[in-house]
Design a protein around this ligand. Structure first.
Ligand code: PLP
Length: 486
């Protein structure tokens, strides 16, 4: 070994505690200013590919730079390349709201710098998380047996896609206990309108077959089509192992019939996972809970507080009805992770509930949001968004130039220009007119929505759910749509 140089030491921390306090205040000021001026910025970034990279030096700095330079580059380099998800004119995809308490909690989480791989690695991280997930069971009227204090349990994942992936892994593990067939013979079912994460998760989990089940006129999965597909696969010697249903699909917020799907799943021993990534938050209001009828019969469930609950990304709540079904599939116990509390079995080690080992303190922001707004504040926000979406739907349905293309049970409205007649040429013209409206609205910089396709035809999705959106912005949106329509 080379001789050790006793002069070599770590570099000093970049800031003294006082400098950190000063720059921390500057950053909080910067964020507050950004939120104050966000309305004056165009919602979507207009930069071209490569523009932002061209502003960055070709190589990393050899020498340290002062913090002032970093701060200045937020406005010079970053803001021009930002599409503003927190803008009141945000109607694209689904919302991904943050909120002041959530952002502050994330700063604390970064300051603490924990990796909660085991209960013992930071007991507060695990216990606050379990407790928040149990709170949500009550707030959203989910089954009591999903509580960590009962046989089930909740865990925060980074995304709904991660949650669906581990549900598929658990499903595969359970099916392997009753069948000697390899995973390549296992079948996962979901609706043709399900989020792509189901198909991706099934591929990653090694399922041999993924069947996209037909939907009805409301774009919800047809239980009869599911039952027929399962029967056909059993007849062909395959192993039906998983079904994913969706409460609030990405395309149109269609609601699959959870109870009818659960009955088929129970009959054929399929793991039944429900994806309510966006619509789950609405269940905090009792008037939406009929959409999750039958939820007590399913094996797992995911919804994203990071979409519509004012908790900033990433925070995805995942529940299993039986925790052993998940941990049996994911637990591995190397000697360096063993400890007295885990061995005694009286603590939760969330590393066995997810694919990665390490995990951030995400529950802190959920806790702070729930305390800062209370359930009543979140209910009020949801109802406000739903009311504004229904008002937009009303305007569209009263105007003969437009047609609404799907039911709108929550706060997403999907519409298109009405075709002059039933001919393909008239539908093609309506497609072009619909695409032109989306382009005009998005180019305005005042609002941003998602052009999409449904049944092969152009539609526009308007997702109302940004916490800053108010009726004046809805009026502005309506004016933009109306003026761009022929
Ligand atoms: N499932 C549904 C129904 C969604 O709408 C989305 C995203 O919009 C997802 C899953 C994926 O969410 P995530 O980005 O958290 O993986």
């Amino acid at each position: 070994m080379d001789e050790i140089d006793p002069e070599v030491t770590s570099p000093p921390l970049h800031m003294t505690p006082d400098e950190f306090r000063r720059h921390g205040r500057e950053i909080i000021d910067w964020i507050a200013d950004y939120w104050e001026r966000i309305e004056s910025l165009p919602v979507a970034s207009t930069t071209q590919p490569g523009d932002i990279r061209a502003l960055l030096p070709a190589a990393a700095p050899e020498e340290p730079e002062p913090f002032e330079n970093l701060l200045a580059d937020l406005d010079r380099v970053i803001v021009p390349g930002v599409t503003h998800w927190q803008h009141p004119g945000w109607f694209a995809y689904f919302p991904a709201n943050n909120s002041p308490p959530s952002v502050l909690a994330d700063a604390v989480s970064s300051g603490l710098g924990l990796i909660g791989l085991l209960w013992a690695a930071s007991p507060a991280l695990t216990e606050v998380e379990s407790h928040m997930l149990d709170w949500l069971v009550d707030l959203l009227d989910l089954p009591d047996h999903w509580k960590t204090t009962a046989g089930g349990g909740g865990v925060l994942q980074g995304s709904a896609s991660d949650a669906t992936h581990v549900a598929l892994v658990a499903a595969r593990h359970r099916a392997a206990e009753r069948s000697t067939q390899p995973a390549t013979q296992m079948v996962a079912y979901t609706s043709a309108q399900a989020h792509s994460s189901v198909e991706k998760g099934a591929n990653v989990a090694g399922f041999g077959v993924v069947r996209l089940i037909e939907t009805d006129e409301s774009h919800a999965m047809r239980p009869d089509a599911l039952a027929s597909a399962v029967q056909a696969d059993l007849g062909a010697g395959l192993v039906p192992a998983f079904v994913g249903s969706t409460v609030g699909t990405t395309g149109t917020t269609a609601v699959d019939p959870v109870r009818a799907t659960a009955e088929i799943a129970i009959e054929h021993q399929l793991w039944h996972h429900v994806d309510a990534a966006y619509a789950g938050t609405a269940m905090i209001c009792p008037e939406f809970r009929h959409h999750q009828d039958g939820i007590e019969l399913v094996d797992s469930y995911v919804f994203n507080p990071h979409k519509w609950m004012m908790v900033n990304f990433d925070c995805s709540a995942f529940y299993v009805a039986e925790k052993a079904a998940l941990t049996d599939a994911l637990s591995i116990d190397p000697p360096y992770l063993r400890n007295t509390q885990s061995d005694a079995g009286n603590v939760i080690d969330y590393r066995n509930w997810q694919v990665p080992l390490g995990r951030r303190f995400r529950a802190l922001k959920l806790w702070w949001v729930l305390r800062s707004y209370g359930a009543s504040g979140i209910r009020q926000m949801v109802r406000h968004h739903v009311a504004m979406a229904q008002e937009l739907a009303q305007r569209l349905s009263e105007d003969s130039r437009f047609e609404i293309v799907a039911p709108h049970p929550f706060s997403l409205v999907c519409f298109r220009c009405r075709a002059a007649d039933a001919s393909p040429a008239a539908h093609d013209a309506a497609d072009s007119a619909t695409d032109a409206i989306a382009a005009a609205v998005n180019d305005s910089g005042l609002a941003y929505l998602t052009p999409s396709k449904l049944d092969g035809r152009s539609i526009i999705r308007v997702a109302v759910g940004q916490s800053r959106t108010d009726r004046s912005r809805m009026d502005m949106l309506w004016k933009l749509i109306s003026e761009a329509a022929v």
